[in-house]
Structures are given as C-alpha cells and as structure tokens.
Unconditional design. Sequence first.
Length: 499
Amino acid sequence: MDLAILGEHLCLTIYGEPGVVVVWIMREYGLNRPWDLLFSLRDHWWSFRPIRPLAYSWDGRRVLVEVGNETKILGWYNLHTNEKFVNFVWFDGKKGAGTYSYHGHYGMQRSPFRYDGEFNLLLSDWWHKSVHEQELGLSSVPSRWIGEPQQYNCSLAASYINYTSAAQCTLGGGEQCAPYVLHVLPNKTYRLRLASTTNGFSFLSTEMPKMEGYKMVVVEADGNYVQPFDVNDLDIYSGESYSVLITSDQEPRQNYWIAVGVRGREPYTPQALTVLNYLPNSASKLPTSPPPATPLWNDYNHSKTMWSINNISLALPPTPYLGTIKYNVLSAFDQTGPPESFPADYDVMNPPLNPTTTVGSGVYVLGLNTTVDIILQNANTLSVNKSEIHPWHLYGHDFWVLGYGKGKFTAEDGDKRLNLENPPLRNTAEIFPYAWSALRFVADNPGVWAFHCHIEPHLHMGIGVVFAEGVNALWKVKIPSEALACGATAKMVAINDLY
Ligand SMILES: [Cu+2]
C-alpha cells in the first residue's frame, strides 16, 4: 500500500491479489465515505511495481501513471474508457525512435528546489453581484461603485472574533462556502503557488503558532525563480504571483490557519481563512487558537527593512512639526516621546534579538538653553557581522564632537575618553561600525529640528529623531506660511486666517 499526493488530493494505491492494483483517491476530506475509486487494473502489465499516479489531464479524463521498478514507464490512463496506456513512453530506458518530452508533473521534477507536493491558491474577492451587474453599475450615469468585497453568511472565524455577525462555518464537506482546504502530511515540504486576481490588495499570512521561527520561503515571483528568502507573511497584489515553500513540521495533531487580509484600503470584510489540515486529522477540526491577525491595512511600513533609534523608526508626519506644536494640533504626530535610551544589556555586536521596530513620529522635547549630550551608539544590523557608517546631521545648531570610541559606550569612556578641552564644533559627525560617538550642543534655538543620518535612503528608512526645543518660546517665532499650508495646519489656517 502506498500513500501519495495527486494534485491536491490524497491518493492510496493498494496491491491486492497478484496482478491487481487498485488506486483510491480522496477528493474531499471529511465526507462519510471520503475515498473514491480512481481506477483498478487487472493486467499482466501490472506485475510492474510500484505504480504511482502523478497528475491529471487538464480535462480530468486521464491520469498520468508511472510504473516500473528499475525501468520506469510514464503512461496516460483513460479514466472514462479504461483504456490503458494511451501515449506511453519509457523515460529511463529506450522505446524507439521519436521525440519525447520529459517534463515536470510532480514535485521536484524540474524545479531547482525540493518539495513533496504543491497547491495552487488563486486569491479572489467574493461578490454577491455578478460581474455583469457590477459592470452595468460602473457604466451607469451616475456611476455606481461596486463597493467592498463581501462575505458569505458564515465565517470560519466567527467563534473566535466579535466583529462579525456571521454564523460559524462548519466543514462537513460539499458546502458552497467551504474553503479550499490544504491537506498535508506531517513533516513534508509543500510548494504553494499563489496568484492574486483580487480587486483590492491581499495579504497572505500562515499561522503556525507552535512553530518557533516558522517561515515561508519565497522561491519564485511572476514566473521567475528568485534567490530564496524567508518571510513571515507576504504581500501579494492583483496580477502578481509567487511560489513559497512551507514545511509541515508542526505538532501534527493540530490543524493550522492560513489567513488573507486586505491591504491598502480599509477593509469592511473579515479576513479570508482556510485550514492547513494535517492528515489524518479531520479537516473540520479547527485550530485551537484564533486566526492570525494580518497586519493593518494601512501599515505601509510592514515588511520594509527599517533603521531604528532605541527601537523607534522615525516616520515624518504629513503635517510639519513646527506649526502643529506652535498651534497645539496634538493629533498631528505621536504625543509619546521616543525612549531616551536602550536596554543596558543590549548586545551591540550581534543582530538584535527583536528584529522588529516600532514606527513613530514622537519628538524629544528640550528645555530652552539646556545642554544636551548625545551618545550615538552603533550596533549590529539584522545581518550577522554587519554594522554600517552613518553621518549624522543636526539642524539649527552646531555641536561639539566630544569623542569617538569602539564597542559599547561605558561610564569609563564618559569619564576618560571625552575631549572637554578643545572639541571640534561641527554640524555633521559619523558613527562608525560597532562604535560610539559623543556629541554635545546647547538647545538655544527655539524650534523643531531634525537630527538624522544624512544618507537619504537611511532617513527614508527611519534613521532620525526630532528635537522640539524651547516650545514655550515658539510664540515669537514667525512660521513661513508655506510651512503651514499642508496637513492638519492647512485646515486651521483656512479657518483662522493665520497667515
Ligand atoms: Cu545611515
């Protein structure tokens, strides 16, 4: 008896009495009688063993079969007429003159990476109206927008979440709303071929809650292989396609979620869900934990590589700081200031234990005429043995460069390694890999000032901070009208005629 995957179906090959091979297929798991007879062969040909179904023909009429022990034969078996071996070829021997195409039908035959089975996932939106009705609405005057993707009247997540009124879906098999369940065997690697035809944007996230460090490995994008890389989740937008590898090495007595959420516009429908079903568990056995939360629809920094200062990546707000602070428009940026230090036990010589960062627009508030000391401590990036040089530039001031040093700044460095006699006065200074730089300036210039790495892409990726200095003295600062004419202050200017 052999067990194999045929397409997305489980396939059971039984060698019964001599010369008889029976192949069963499980098209839908969870039915009362899940196994269908695919074909049964009684023929002297079938003294060959093993026999292995490899693929369906596009019309489902024929199945490609591999037979043989040492010399293998590929042959199409016609399921409707029971005709054996239409168009069969030897592929590890020689049958005669002709042209034969040996091409991938199963698993690894042509791809440069190993896997045991594969699934095709086409992501699309669910609509209650037909495309013709939608088209008619868009063509009408006035135009009727098609609205947001809709949902069926039940949800797999209903018993886990409180924001849907839909009933809990149960998977008995054959329901119209039943998702495409991915049946897998434990400890195998599967290729997911993903394509998106959604109107909006989609996001795929697999949940393997008990697997520390679980990843999807991206191996192909839009028909081209890529240097494989690991991701926790994946953005896939309309028209795009990817292949990812997943390995079913979780606790095998559980099933696991696969979740898809909307990206790029505010969603009004719950995430789409299906189940990674570890056989022989029933597919109707839902995972024990709630579905994974997909990242927020408007978290545009998600999956971008970021730089951070004390684990905050600077994201400049749409409204310039100066006007918002002077006129107290508190909603225009984060009112919580960034932390003034990092954990004392932070290992600057190795990649961070926490590879994620928090995006923020908060500011450091400085009292007027205070003396400010900054220790810029450079650490290891996300990659092993990598730390980079950054030239830091301060607006509105010059600063004294009190010192440089290797490794992690210590109290002893502060006592002995700073030049307090005749330090150079600059407005830009470097931090070197795995090193620190000590800077000092006097906050004597009321305003809002950026302090950031002057490598433009680095600033874009969050490596900067903002000082709000002497804010109580801002009443006497005249702000150019152009600096108030966008974002939240623009509305205020229009109402109050602040020009
Ligand atoms: Cu930089």
